[in-house]
Design a protein around this ligand. Structure first.
Ligand code: NAD
Ligand code: AKB
Length: 318
């Protein structure tokens, strides 16, 4: 039976992943932790919750003992746009935090799952059908720490036998928690603004394609790889996964099918635009498909329909 500890559980992914894993493995088998206590009561009250700063390795080890943890899902991180504002903090949380997780896992023989990101790629990477194994020369601190994190996780697997696994997540579209300060955040904000105001001003320019994924597919991918047969895994950290490749105007076109007077305008942020241009247009996810049967359920049309229905219910009720 899995006994899971999540770090950074109050962010965009953790909010939904905690609830998903509690449904799957039982509430008391999923310990949610975060350095913050600002989050939905649903996450903090539907099972055990503890405050944990991932820079505090001793407390991390104590909590693993206290709750008899055998798996850490390490979500605590500083994302791309926030990282550019405070690179030193991004280095500490993303590198030292992961190092602490891997060390605790080595000492206690735990499985570790760490999401990586499309941010591990840079301008010199092939941008269309980006291969699984290719050039990784990112130019953001977030990307640098994510590449180092992939390598470090592979190192702990080969050197110490720690069962480390990860996926390179695209930008995530979701309706429960807001995104935490990344370059792909526009793809969430656009839906909120469509429902609230029927207009959105994008900080990413027209024609800028990036990989995106809908949260149910993200939860599915994490669970599938967590449970995948290790004998089939040729790769570990981290697998490309893809679902849809979209630019702002593609999302707007889909939204207009439901809200015909929706208007998209642009006020491009040069920092986030430069990051977006350095990331792939679309990743090749054949290794994930071959090694653990990855397949997404949602395309942009299905994502748009579901997002608008759910946000309309949520925002009109509030
Ligand atoms: P988020 O920014 O929404 O949430 C991160 C959480 O980590 C927050 O709740 C924050 O309080 C917590 N945190 C920050 N510093 C901490 C510390 N020192 N100790 C403990 N907790 C701390 O991030 P997210 O979108 O949920 O991302 C989770 C993981 O998935 C990250 O590794 C991120 O790189 C990866 N990822 C996310 C996306 C995406 O689009 N959301 C895409 C690719 C990869
Ligand atoms: C970001 O934009 O920083 C994240 C990511 C793709 O890793 N959403």
């Amino acid at each position: 039976m899995k006994k899971i500890m999540l770090t950074g559980c109050l962010g965009q992914i953790g909010t939904e992943l905690t609830l998903h894993l509690r449904d799957r493995y039982g509430s008391n088998n999923v310990l949610a932790t975060d350095c913050s206590i600002k989050g939905p009561s649903e996450v903090m009250e539907s099972g055990p919750f503890e405050v944990l700063d991932v820079l505090n390795a001793d407390r991390m080890a104590e909590l693993c003992d206290k709750y008899k943890i055998n798996t850490i899902i390490h979500l605590a991180a500083i994302l791309s746009a926030v990282g550019e504002k405070n690179p030193q903090r991004a280095f500490d949380v993303n590198m030292i935090g992961l190092f602490n997780v891997l060390e605790v896992a080595r000492e206690k023989h735990l499985q570790v799952f760490t999401p990586s990101s499309i941010a591990v790629f840079g301008k010199s990477t092939p941008q269309d059908m980006t291969p699984q194994d290719t050039i990784q020369r990112p130019n953001t601190i977030y990307g640098v720490t994510k590449v180092a994190g992939e390598l470090l996780s592979d190192y702990y697997y080969t050197k110490f036998g720690v069962d480390t696994r990860g996926i390179r997540l695209p930008g995530i579209i979701s309706h429960m928690a807001m995104p935490g300060g990344g370059t792909t955040d526009y793809a969430v904000h656009i839906f909120y603004e469509a429902v609230k105001n029927r207009r959105y001003t994008s900080f990413i320019a027209k024609g800028t394609k990036m990989d995106m994924i809908y949260m149910p597919d993200c939860l599915k991918a994490i669970t599938m790889l967590l449970e995948a047969d290790p004998a089939r895994l040729q790769h570990r950290n981290s697998f490309n996964i893809a679902s849809m490749s979209v630019a702002p105007e593609d999302v707007a076109k889909e939204i207009k099918k439901h809200i015909p007077d929706f208007e998209l305008t642009y006020d491009v942020d040069p920092v986030r635009q430069a990051i977006a241009e350095s990331w792939p247009n679309r990743m090749d996810d054949r290794c994930a498909r071959e090694e653990w049967d990855w397949e997404p359920d949602y395309d942009l049309a299905a994502t748009t329909k579901d997002m608008l229905e759910r946000l309309s219910a949520k925002l009109n009720a509030g």
